[in-house]
Every structure is written in C-alpha cells, then in structure tokens.
Write a protein that binds this ligand. Structure first.
Ligand code: COA
Length: 165
C-alpha cells in the first residue's frame, strides 16, 4: 500500500522552512501532497494560483510530490485524497499546543488519521510567511529565507501594490 501524506498550510508564500519539511516528508512517504488552504480569513497576499505556481517551481526536484488546493475542512480533503497521514512541522515548543489541538480535532473527525510531526532544522526555526512578507515589504534582503522564485514574486507583488495597480 502506498503511504500518502498530506502537508497542508496556507503557504503565503512557501518558505525555505516549508521546503525543509517537504524534503523530510518526502524521504519518509511514498507520495507527499502539498495542500494549499485557501485560508480566506488570513487574507493572503497571493492568490491560490500564484501560491501553487511558486510551490511547483520551488519543488520541481522532488519526485512523487503533488501540489493541490482545498477549501473547507482539511480532513475532508485528506479522506478524499486517500491519505491517512497529515504532516506538520514543529519549529519550537510554542507551536506544540496549537498543533496538538489540531491533531486531536482532526482525529476526532476521522479516527484513522495520524498527524506526523517533523522537526524543523534549527536555522529555519524563526521563519514564518508573515515575517518574510514584512522583510519583503520594506525592501529587506530575503537571502536564505525563501527560494529565489519566491523572492522574485514578493518583490514584484509589492512593486505592483505600491504603484496601486
Ligand atoms: N517553516 C516556516 N514557516 C512555518 C513552518 C515551517 N516549517 N511551519 C509553519 N510555518 C508558518 C507558516 O508559514 C504560517 O505563517 P503565517 O502565519 O505567517 O502565515 C505560520 O507558521 C502558521 O502556520 P500553520 O499553522 O501551518 O498555519 P497555516 O495557515 O499555514 O495552516 C491549516 C493551517 C490551513 C493547515 C489549518 O488552518 C487548516 O487545516 N485549515 C482548514 C480548516 C480546518 O480543517 N480546520 C480545522 C482544523 S482542526
């Protein structure tokens, strides 16, 4: 039986921290699906389509990896995808309480599901999509934070926004 794992997130945008988790998950599972949550309540900077293009470009080297999007409950998506594993990254102890609550809720909704937590590498433990957006917005260097394709998209996006287009 193929071991399919879903790695969900808003990915607005994908960072090197996410790539690190994808790489680790990719070594463990037969297939990893990166599932982009629409997350309208987070008011994302990038559309789902833009996020998907960035992730596809940044993860080209990984075989057996798919990028999809979903709306609504994660667990419905996981069930429909035929997966029984959700991958989540842990950057610090502070991530744990929220992750614990999500994992237990997801299992309550679908008892066959397991959440597998992968530890981020220390050098990315400070990263989040919001912090990268803040750096980009004020013209800071994003070296080592995001793949090149993402830093280009961030610069272009803020240029467009500043011009009021
Ligand atoms: N490296 C870098 N950044 C990371 C990271 C890592 N390894 N892991 C998490 N982050 C960042 C994310 O980029 C995100 O940054 P942001 O808040 O600045 O955007 C932040 O940490 C929080 O990440 P996360 O908890 O993964 O939130 P998310 O918005 O990316 O994903 C969902 C949360 C989409 C998985 C969750 O809300 C969900 O399942 N929604 C669907 C509805 C549902 O089923 N709800 C019930 C769940 S019990």
């Amino acid at each position: 039986m193929r071991r399919i794992a879903v790695y969900p997130g808003t990915f607005d945008p994908i960072t090197n921290g996410h790539i690190d988790i994808i790489e680790r998950g990719h070594q463990i599972f037969d297939e990893v699906i990166v599932a982009i949550a629409k997350s309208s309540d987070k008011n994302p900077l990038f559309s789902v389509d833009e996020r998907m293009k960035m992730i596809n470009a940044a993860t080209k080297k990984f075989k057996n990896l798919r990028v999809e999007s979903f709306e609504g409950l994660l667990i419905s998506y996981v069930r429909n995808a035929g997966a029984k594993v959700i991958i989540r990254g842990l950057r610090a102890v502070s991530d744990f309480e929220y992750e614990f609550q999500m994992a237990i809720t997801n299992r309550k909704l679908y008892e066959d599901v397991d959440t597998v937590f992968l530890m981020s590498t220390v050098k990315y433990s400070y990263l989040s999509s919001s912090i990268v957006k803040e750096v980009a917005q004020y013209g800071g260097k994003m070296d080592g934070m995001v793949p090149t394709v993402v830093s280009k998209c961030l610069k272009a996006k803020y240029r467009t926004l500043k011009k009021g287009l």
